[in-house]
Design a protein around this ligand. Structure first.
Ligand code: AMP
Length: 325
């Protein structure tokens, strides 16, 4: 066990009030990890106050349970803050995290901003939920878990690893996933919540395949416009799932989705196999993992510049590497 895990355990054990924070544009991993950590704390120390306060809601993750109501700023000022799955402080969804006098960072993104007083960062982990599962495993003689808490943690492990297929999945991932399943997770129900699609969503998927573009060196991309979103009655979260439709094209090592947000920001989702693309994301106000990053552009010119950068990079990668598919 890493000494930092012991430090985190001791800080949690010694705190009366704990506030858990996560990233903007919530996903299965940050929701599962925050609720998983909250569950472990509440079950182990019922007398402690634990809050997750976040304006963002996710329809498809609502089955994992509600967040807490806003509290007075004094509560933040006396709480231990735990920020999970957030690489840099600007991306913390509830910026009142800064009121907490002590902060713990638990994250699996490439380290760029060690903003915690205690930082436990492992960028080799396939999900932040895997770290929460590892935390449970390390202290399982002292921590209490139940089926719902295990389900939250397992849900994040499944979603962030693309059902255990992405780089970063190790034997340890599978052993920890097994440990969560052992707590009685109802996987049939979980997968139904995560993966059933509405009729409109499938029609939207067909539209993505219709509209996708390919650059010279094999970068696939699609732009999900406001018009498309309105036509298929999509919220931003569902519109953003367009990226996953482009993931399995032979010879395409990098794929991009540009999603209109209704503000001047165009959300960019970048994915790749074999070649790391986080450097491109960082050039366009983003970051993330080697093969799964996010960024923001503001104009179509900037979108096209990003596509050209990705194309040149993938072209160079293909010329200088063998064995890619
Ligand atoms: P997404 O496409 O939004 O799911 O992002 C993929 C990964 O990159 C996630 O782990 C995000 O946390 C991370 N990410 C997304 N956008 C940004 C950003 N602007 N800055 C840093 N990391 C990001």
């Amino acid at each position: 066990m890493q000494p930092v895990m012991q430090q985190i355990f001791d800080r949690i054990a010694g705190a009366d009030t704990i506030m858990i924070f996560r990233h903007k544009r919530i996903d299965g991993d940050c929701v599962g990890a925050s609720k998983g950590m909250k569950g472990l704390i509440r079950l182990t120390w019922p007398e402690k106050k634990v809050y997750i306060i976040d304006d963002e809601k996710s329809e498809y993750l609502s089955f994992l349970g509600k967040d807490d109501e806003e509290v007075a700023e004094d509560v933040y000022r006396s709480a231990l803050g735990i920020v999970i799955d957030v690489g840099n402080r600007e991306r913390i969804s509830n910026q009142k995290y800064a009121l907490c006098p002590a902060l713990i960072k638990i994250d699996h993104h490439i380290e760029r901003d060690p903003y915690g007083h205690i930082n436990w960062v492992e960028d080799g982990r396939s999900s932040a939920c895997e770290m929460i599962a590892a935390f449970y495993e390390a202290f399982r003689d002292r921590l209490v878990i139940d089926a719902h808490t295990a389900c939250c943690i397992y849900a994040g492990m499944v979603t962030d690893s693309g059902r255990f297929q992405y780089e970063g999945v190790t034997g340890d991932t599978m052993r920890l996933a097994g440990l969560m399943l052992d707590q009685g997770v109802d996987t049939e129900k979980l997968y139904a919540h995560l993966y059933l699609r509405s009729f409109d969503q499938l029609k939207f998927k067909a539209q993505i395949y219709e509209n996708m573009q390919l650059t010279e060196n094999g970068v696939a991309w699609v732009h999900v416009t406001r018009r498309m979103q309105q036509h298929f009655h999509l919220d931003l979260e569902t519109a953003s799932t367009a990226i996953s439709s482009l993931s399995d094209i032979k010879g395409v090592l990098c794929w991009l989705a540009f999603i209109d947000t209704g503000t001047e920001e165009i959300r960019v989702r970048l994915r790749s196999r074999f070649a790391a693309i986080n450097g491109i994301a960082e050039k366009y106000r983003g970051g993330g993992h080697a093969c799964a990053s996010g960024a923001t552009v503001y104009t179509l010119e900037e979108r096209d510049a990003l596509i050209r950068d990705a194309d040149a990079y993938i072209g160079e990668y293909k010329r200088t590497h063998e064995g890619w598919l």
